[in-house]
Design a binder for this molecule. Structure first.
Ligand code: ZN
Length: 127
């Protein structure tokens, strides 16, 4: 249950960054090489945050593909999870992306204020 441990890490980071404010969403960047599976992660996040100060916060994940650069300087996306050969010349390439696991952004509001401090348009009213 790799995803539960990751969720707990993310929750800890989000809680510290929020500093007591209410968290609406957490934006994450996850590289393909981390082998995180979306559904178990979403489930683990719900399970980890239920009943805590993060209850109801959504997890917004930006998935980053694995990227390679070979000695000849060709950059490419990884074709398979464990294939580090350059698809253009067949040389063994270096991994230059896809190992990210970062909390990119948090959407928060003061616990006392309305949750509408994010610049969302006000609901329409009858004139
Ligand atoms: Zn190459």
């Amino acid at each position: 249950m790799h995803e539960v441990a990751l969720s707990e890490q993310v929750a800890a980071v989000a809680r510290r960054a929020a500093g007591g404010r209410r968290v609406h969403s957490v934006r994450l960047r996850i590289g393909a090489l981390r082998q995180v599976v979306p559904e178990p992660l979403a489930y683990a996040w719900e399970f980890t945050t239920a009943g805590t100060s993060l209850d109801g916060a959504t997890l917004d994940v930006e998935w980053v593909p694995g990227r390679l650069r070979c000695p000849a300087g060709h950059e490419s996306l990884m074709q398979g999870e464990f294939d580090v050969h350059c698809p253009r010349c067949g040389e063994v390439a270096r991994i230059i992306g896809g190992e990210e696991f970062t909390v990119v952004d948090l959407s928060v509001s003061d616990s006392s204020g309305s949750p509408d401090s994010t610049g969302r348009p006000a609901p329409e009213e009858d004139a």
